[in-house]
Design a protein around this ligand. Sequence first.
Ligand SMILES: Nc1ncnc2c1ncn2[C@@H]1O[C@H](COP(=O)(O)OP(=O)(O)OP(=O)(O)O)[C@@H](O)[C@H]1O
Ligand SMILES: [Mg+2]
Length: 606
Amino acid sequence: MRPWWLRLSRYAIPHWRGLSCIVLLMFAGIALDVLKPWPMKLLVDYVLAGRSLPSAAAWMASLPGQGSAGALVAWFTLATIMLFLAGWAARITQAYIQAGVGSRMAYSLGAELFSHLQGLSLRFHGRRPTGDLVKRVTSDSSCVRALVINVFVPLLTSLVSLVTMFAVMWRLDRSLSLVALAAAPLLGLLIRVFARPMQERMNEQLQLEGEMMSTAEQTLRALPIVQAFGREQQQDERYSTLGRRTGQAYLRAVGAQLGFRIGASSITALGTAMVMLVGGFHVLRGSLSVGSLLVFLSYLASLYSPLETLAYLSSGFVAAAAGAQRVLEVWDTQEGVRDLPGARPLPLRPPGQRGHVQWEKVAFGYEPGRPVLHNIDLEVRPGETIALVGPTGAGKSTLVSLVPRFFDPWEGRVLIDGVDIRGVQLASLRSRLAIVLQEPFLFALTVAENIAYGRPDAHRSEIEAAAVAANADEFIRKLPSGYDTVIGERGATLSGGQRQRIAIARALLKDAPILILDEPTSALDTHTEWQVLEALERLMQGRTTIIIAHRLSTVQRADRIVVLKEGKIEETGAHQDLLEKGGLYSRLHGLQVGRPAPEAGWRVSS
Ligand SMILES: Nc1ncnc2c1ncn2[C@@H]1O[C@H](COP(=O)(O)OP(=O)(O)OP(=O)(O)O)[C@@H](O)[C@H]1O
Ligand SMILES: [Mg+2]
């Protein structure tokens, strides 16, 4: 396995243009930094000392002022100002480009991760808290920016400027360079002492921040329960305790950083003092010019700051690694259901012959070694309505979830219109299905947009017709802005029955030949159920329908009833036949019409 930072660098490649700009500007900045003290050196060593300029700078005599001392003072001053300004310009441009490249890298990684997550199987999502995945997409994905902008670029900058400056110093005075460098081992020692505590404190802070976030998220998500059980106080306390601990951890992290800074500044001061002392003697002895000493002293500040940067890099690296680990973990999960190579669209059969569904010797489970469905053989003919009944946990929802290929079976196959759906393009397969679930999911969009979710191009008249057929038109028109009312988050502004009827309108509008209904009415009262059933009846006309239901009122209307128990088909047949057979179904029926029955585990509905 390649190291994480190498894998992550792949996401930097498309940004090579911006990155090369950054590197070029970085080199320019370093070159300008190196040149900065040189006008001063020439001024002190030559002009102020009354000597003529060295041959390399002899051309300055031809500038206006004819090389007079006064003119040269002005020229060197101007050169210093220009070097400063150019250095600033390079630095500011670099920072600007870095900000752009960094955020583009982070957002494109986040977008890729988001799209990868959408493709992962519902089994994966069933096991992961949504908040955690959201954090991975929106905030952990910035690890690539942290890696490139906060680690790689400063690392390169520090190394290049260290080497260049040291080379110049070495040419000026070797022994003095060694004195200056004597501070390096001390700085190294300081890094060793402080790097680990700085990292640990920072990790502690990040971890606590994560806990705070998930506490807030979970509490707000479960607010009805929190309020109903009167646990607000405890949640408040939990949050503020976490807040206090995070604050303390942050202070400890800052403390460690300040300790490091104090140490680093002391060493820098000590190094500067040593260079001044030794350099001063060198100048007195005549082995070093005053200007060169000035160059030395000005380089020292620039020499020690890259060293300091290198010390901080390790903590930046650790922070990026923490995010990268969470990103790559999702990235390495491949348990999605995808189009196989060579997948084809589902062939379109003439009306009356489309919507044939067949399970052939199907076995499936969520966890290896724990099958939920065993050897299922079931055929639903075009236009037929079958009702799936059975104890809770029998595998009814699991059985229908194989049709849209939310999961692929372990063994056997699922066929639609005679074609194994594994070889079919997912988009084409799912365009032939309409699904209504027990918990209708509505988005924070307008009512019309929610109904048109499966067919965004639908005309307003079609949307309204679907709503009429779903018995929803009347209440929708009474909403504040009718069809343009934006539904409150999690459908809070609508009742359960109203939301379910919008979900039915959505399925109606999709006009798909196969309809899957997973307990569409079990959350509703009898009156509302009747309204919804009436709407469903219209929806089911001329379509293959698989309806999971517990209520006899719903089940009796089906052409055929399939009774599932512990992942196996226990019996199938029409309502009357099954009653006469006296099996599991008749016991369920007995329970609902009030006769006592010994079978445990049935859900009893009013
Ligand atoms: N996402 C999942 N991951 C792991 N196991 C699951 C998952 N969903 C369902 N199961 C398990 O599979 C079995 C069948 O569940 P399924 O939801 O299909 O039952 P059901 O017949 O629809 O029940 P109910 O009437 O309560 O809706 C159960 O034992 C359940 O624990
Ligand atoms: Mg179910």
